[in-house]
Design a binder for this molecule. Structure first.
Ligand SMILES: Cc1cc2nc3c(=O)[nH]c(=O)nc-3n(C[C@H](O)[C@H](O)[C@H](O)COP(=O)(O)OP(=O)(O)OC[C@H]3O[C@@H](n4cnc5c(N)ncnc54)[C@H](O)[C@@H]3O)c2cc1C
Length: 457
């Protein structure tokens, strides 16, 4: 355990949600917090801007309500009354050149209801029958990490994977199922398989019955803030006693931070909350180097605002796109339906995601060209008129891929860092990329530093 005197100094490196949450918890524990951020702004991937009455989220737009740490933080910050829940409704998958409704009762791509699965036009009869093998097949996970692709293809067959599971799950990590570790991304599927053997039966048992008086359409799974997630960043800013933006940290050693301008500062505790690629350079230990060399994918988001009448009217909140359609977009959210607070009355806001494969060709292009390209791809799927304005956001090499074996690399890194006095690490590279996961890991990093008045070593 590492002990740091309450009155002493903590340095946090990185001003994304992880670093900001760490600042909050460290400040709450009584520390004096200095935060170093390489760019000119704090917030990291959270990028909220306001234009003509629209709230535009260039990065994350909300978070999963079932993970409590972020809601607790928001409550701590006095922002509880600003929480908004996403609207739900039909969601679609674009497959075989048509937007097709997700079968009712499918949870994270796993069918749990018999009739919607029988009736859906997403799969052929052969595909549906093959998915039913899940009820009888033995367990696929045998204690050693495997890819999501292998797990789901064995249990449910290729049709269900290609048309439903792949577009849904790969979008969360902006990766491909072939690379993604089941242990590090969706370990809950291992638990279900261990318990009930069949995924379909296990997921069915987990799905809560609809409560009397609550329409399923009202029970959105995501939360955000009515002013956008930028409001969270601003509420966390006062936790920082000393903010150094446009300041890149070059390396750290126990109790010592070296900035890229050569300046060296001493601290009692140091929390690393940078994006994954920075880890190796900062720590210069092989375990950190290994983590920072993990595959990271890129994506772009293109927001397009419209008069509502200029967007083909469909009931629902958006769609994901199957790979076989060879569209550069991986998904499109109808933000004005999912989050009504994000668009003024009578207007529509669409958010398109350009997948990794297409980003390299677009990187050199200006925003106008990227937006025009995205709109062309969109018009292959749904009709839209001329946008009022567009906004492009680039996320280059930022999304860590939890590949098979990731858990072992994280364990080795955490063991190595636990031997380094007064240094802790947290963030999206370790135990989950979602905002609540990041906040959770920041909270645990601060707890491990054990900021207290009682003991100094
Ligand atoms: C397009 C997109 C959409 C997403 N949507 C969602 C969503 O809806 N819900 C959800 O829960 N999650 C979502 N995520 C994931 C989530 O946004 C991220 O995992 C999370 O924001 C990561 O936060 P972070 O603080 O760990 O890292 P970052 O936000 O990357 O912040 C790290 C900071 O460290 C700084 N830094 C790096 N190196 C140094 C250095 N040497 N010295 C000083 N500073 C340094 C960087 O400049 C950066 O500001 C999305 C991600 C993307 C890209």
């Amino acid at each position: 355990m590492k002990w740091v005197n309450r009155l002493n100094k903590i340095a946090i490196i990185g001003g994304g949600i992880t670093g900001l949450a760490a600042a909050h918890y460290a400040k709450q524990a009584g520390a004096h917090v200095t935060l170093f951020e390489a760019s000119e702004r704090i917030g990291g991937k959270i990028k909220t801007v306001y234009q003509d009455g629209f709230t535009l989220e260039g990065g994350p737009d909300g978070y999963m309500a079932r993970k409590p740490t972020l809601t607790e933080l928001i409550t701590d910050l006095g922002l509880e009354e600003h929480l908004v829940r996403s609207k739900t409704g039909t969601s679609y998958i674009y497959v075989r050149q048509k937007l097709r409704q997700m079968p009712a009762g499918s949870v994270m791509g796993i069918p749990t209801k018999f009739w919607p699965m029988v009736k859906t036009d997403l799969f052929t009869w052969r595909g549906k029958l093959r998915a039913g093998f899940d009820l009888f097949l033995p367990r696929v996970y045998e204690g050693e990490d495997i890819s999501l692709d292998r797990f789901f293809r064995t249990r449910l067959g290729s049709e269900v994977v290609d048309a439903m599971i792949e577009p849904l799950l790969s979008g969360i990590y902006n990766g491909t199922l072939e690379d993604m570790s089941i242990e590090s991304t969706f370990p809950q599927f291992i638990t279900i398989e261990q318990k009930t053997r069949s995924l379909i039966l296990g997921m069915k048992a987990l799905t809560p019955p609809v409560q009397a008086g609550v329409k399923p359409k009202e029970a959105g799974k995501f939360l955000s803030l009515d002013q956008g997630l930028g409001a969270l960043v601003e509420a966390l800013r006062p936790s920082i006693d000393r903010l150094e933006t446009s300041t890149q940290v070059q390396s750290i050693r126990p109790h010592e931070v070296t900035l890229s301008n050569g300046h060296v500062e001493q601290f009692d505790g140091i929390i690393i909350a940078t994006s994954p690629n920075a880890l190796g350079g900062l720590l210069q230990i092989p375990e950190a180097e290994r983590l920072s060399q993990l595959k990271r994918t890129s994506s772009m988001t293109v927001l397009a605002a419209f008069e509502e009448g200029d967007v083909q009217a469909l009931d629902g909140t958006g769609y994901v796109i199957a790979k076989a359609e060879h569209n550069a977009l991986t998904a499109c959210s109808w933000m004005h339906k999912k989050w009504p607070h994000m668009a003024p009355e009578g207007k529509a806001l669409l958010r398109m995601y350009i997948g990794s494969d297409h980003v390299p060709h677009l990187l050199e292009e200006d925003d106008e060209t990227v937006a025009a390209f995205a709109l062309n791809e969109l018009r292959r799927i749904q009709q839209v008129g001329t946008p009022l304005f567009t906004k492009v956001e680039r996320h280059i090499h930022t999304m860590p891929q939890y590949e098979v074996g990731h858990k072992q690399s994280v364990r080795a890194f955490e063991e190595a860092i636990s031997a380094m006095d007064g240094i802790e690490a947290c963030g999206a590279i370790l135990h989950g990329v979602g905002l609540p996961d990041c906040v959770d890991s920041a909270k645990r990093a601060v707890e491990r530093l054990h900021i207290t008045q009682e003991v100094t070593v």
